[in-house]
Design a protein around this ligand. Structure first.
Ligand SMILES: [Zn+2]
Length: 137
């Protein structure tokens, strides 16, 4: 079992049943989907983006912006306590990893080159998200 799998609060078997192989690779093994391939990078419908694993409310369409990177980008999470940020030194440059605070699923990274008002850019994999249409918050 890898350390990434251990940090998840849901069993690996359960995840394998409920996720596609690509979702599993991203959420559990902290993979990154190819730019411009995810279903939400250019998605503009209002609503809430939930954790694909546990359904936790993560991001709102209100804070989504077009970063041009090919990944869904948000300048703020819906609630700070719904996500967990961890420093990731795996690529020699310091990056801050963003995980779901409820189940531990990997979501993406946060960078400090986002737009106002926060100056942050949450670069999130479409595969980690599930959009729920409706009123944005
Ligand atoms: Zn979750």
């Amino acid at each position: 079992m890898t350390s990434a799998e251990k940090s998840l609060k849901i069993s690996k078997e359960e995840l394998k049943q409920n996720l596609t192989p690509e979702q599993y690779d991203i959420c559990v093994n902290k993979g990154t989907e190819m730019a411009f391939t995810g279903k939400y990078y250019n998605y503009k419908k209002p609503g809430i983006y939930k954790c694909v694993v546990c359904g936790n409310d993560l991001f709102s369409s209100d804070t989504k912006f077009d970063s041009g990177t090919g990944w869904p980008s948000f300048y703020a999470p819906l609630k700070n306590e719904n996500i967990k940020e961890e420093v990731d030194n795996s690529f020699f440059i310091k990056r801050v990893e963003v995980n779901c605070n409820r189940c531990g699923s990997h979501l993406g990274h946060v960078f400090e080159d986002g737009p106002k008002p926060t100056g942050l850019r949450y670069c999130i994999n479409s595969a980690s998200l599930k959009h729920q249409a409706g009123e944005s918050q």
